[in-house]
Write a protein that binds this ligand. Sequence first.
Ligand SMILES: C[S@@+](CC[C@H](N)C(=O)[O-])C[C@H]1O[C@@H](n2cnc3c(N)ncnc32)[C@H](O)[C@@H]1O
Length: 265
Amino acid sequence: MPDAPKLDTRHAHSARVYNYWLGGKDNFAADREAAEQAIAANPGIVADVRANREFLVRAVRFQAAECGVRQFLDIGAGLPTANNTHEVAQAVAPDARIVYVDNDPLVLSHARALLTSSPQGACDYIDADLRDPGKILREAARTLDFAEPVAITLIAILHHITDYDEARSIVKRLVEAVPSGSYLVISHSTNVICGAESDQAVARWNQFGKPPLTLRSLEEIAGFFDGLELLEPGLVSTPRWRPDATDIGGDLRDVDQFCAVGCKP
Ligand SMILES: C[S@@+](CC[C@H](N)C(=O)[O-])C[C@H]1O[C@@H](n2cnc3c(N)ncnc32)[C@H](O)[C@@H]1O
């Protein structure tokens, strides 16, 4: 089982850099420096990250409102921000049950903000590594009923699992644990839109940041959904996944973060 990371303020960490890009205050000097370097390499990165977060909100709302999902397993929760998964799901379905998972010690120390469930629903937080799906499933069973559909959300986390076969087998293990009618929600970094600019931003991140990041092709990202039925519009750049009415007609800029939602038949 992987060792739990200790709070390391000397290196930039994914959750804290992401928090900086989202306008949060839970970050250290090394995080801010890496975040600014990434902005210098790719000035569009802040908009990309916000588009990713907006996808998370639309996808969770869609699952709760249109698919009747009442259970969410959000792995790679990140630092609490506006519109956390439980707030979005419970605004539609107050009885929704949400389990958050992350392995970052700072996220753990802020987890209380992720546990503000409605009285009718439930929230839990698991300090665990995605590479240990057995622990995640065992501990999530305290809150989730695995006989009922679950939406597994892996938003901007799978690109931190460097080995593709390992990443696929983790996803397979998680999907095997949920019943028919469950959903898999993924967003993942790629370089199909910006090419070398995205490659350079990632190379720079991997010099200073943790955990390392791996870009994948659209074929590889689609491979995570093998055996599932992709919902419309399929695998697309995050701003193009069921944009809100107010976004349509606006500037739906393609970004190097692609996403999809699959249903287990
Ligand atoms: C880029 S942030 C995304 C946060 C959130 N999902 C979102 O999209 O707004 C990635 C998150 O995944 C977490 N993470 C990265 N590798 C992980 C692993 N192996 N196990 C658990 N969490 C991990 C990081 O700590 C961080 O909070």
